[in-house]
Design a protein around this ligand. Sequence first.
Ligand code: PHE
Length: 522
Amino acid sequence: MAEKKSNRGAWNSKLGFILAASGSAIGLGNIVFFSSNAYQYGGGAFYLPYFLALFVLGIPVMILEFGLGSTTGRAFPEALYRTVGKKGEFIGWWALSSALFITMYYVAILGWALGMMFGAFGSLFEAGATAPFPPFSQPTTGPSAITYFFNLITTWWPLLCVLIIWGLNMLILWKGTATIERAVRIFVPLMWLFMIGLIVRGLTLEGGLDGVLYLFTPDIEGIKEPTVWRGAFSQMFFSLSLGLGTMTAYASYLPKDADQVNNSLLVSFMNCGFEYIAGVAIFSLLFVFALNPVGGTLSLSFFAIPQGISAFPWGVRLFGFLFFFLLVIAGLTSSISLIEGPASALIDKLRISRAKALSIIAIPGVIGSVCYTLPQVIDPGLNGNGTLGLSLLDVMDHWAFNYSLLTTGFVTCILVGWVFGAAKMRAIVNEHAKIKLGVWFDILIKFIAPILLGGVIIWNLISEFTGDNIYGGGVDLGAYSWIPYVIPFVWLIGATAGAAYMTFGRSYASPTPAPEAPSTHA
Ligand code: PHE
């Protein structure tokens, strides 16, 4: 007989689970990526497709991922193995290997955020910042977040910060659900509190409301742009932590009779609620200070927002600190879940201790995070402007973000929808749900979600090959121009080889009964 579920750990309360799952969902995606996507795609044009994506993709796929976890009591690969066999297990490990690639740069961003957080009480908001390369090599006359940031990333501090963030992740994950629950009980409410503080500050500045109007005024012309839809679907998946095995891992610590419809609604509404609040706070600042976040996704949070905060009439250091502290804790409650996905799967399959599983992930993880932070420290002249690590990160994010989550989502919907049976999964979930899923769930999982996801994936692929260059290939990286060509293979071969080894090189020790649909005469 397989061991009791509680041996793997279990949530102490439903609240603990909801806090952990919403902590996973609410992260850099909600603060950094949502706002820059919404900005890039034109405010009012973005939120309608995004809202639709929540209902047709986000909630149904979350129900599926939660359902897989609580009915099997296992992490993503084994949950899929028990439901649809080896092919399911393979995609499970593939998702988790990709999650590791994402964790590496996610933690690097958190390391920079931690550096900026300390900077708020250091010289971030002081005049005279310089960076060791032009055009930032002249001392500034006022506070300049962008110059401060470029100076910061060329020092050794971010490396230390990255190690601190990895250390904090390990500490929180050390005792599994027990320590995760303790951390999220503190961090998640704090996150909301700080965000509400920022929104009040933003909206009470004169002109703050204009930004909100920009975000919420529907833009019918913009909605006609297909790229907006593509952006909204990818962002929704990332924001809800779907397609990386995270939600299944967390749900595997729930009792079998958990109400997964209710849980999915709670987590996804909390996530999107937070996202809109963050959007309001950030857009109000952008409009008050007429900031124009040019360039990549990071520029909004790392340059534009602190620049806005530096112009506050009072409380500059306090709000600057709060903003980056918010980024750090929101990111931490997400990065732990990115790591817990593979950790729980390794424990399930290899029957190893948690400490061992965490080390197997942390060792390559730290090395990966260092790859994004070290190049500019060794030589700030790399890539002409000390941003080689940033370019690396951008290219890896492009491939892992655009393809791994959506592909996993697509394959999971096909396998569970068609092989296991959407109706059977619905019956299992409905058994304990107050709000019952209707046939629409089957239609969404079997047809709509795979068509939408498959469409976006194919379209993404087509756009890769119709441009003049491979993604990132147009940027002048000097002697490192080969990097954008190598990164997609590093990710693809790494994730596929990892998945193949874990799936075919090892087998599960215990017999693995498939979940049964409840009898209709119960
Ligand atoms: N949802 C997280 C965020 O918004 C990122 C994440 C994705 C975490 C997938 C876990 C799994 O930042």
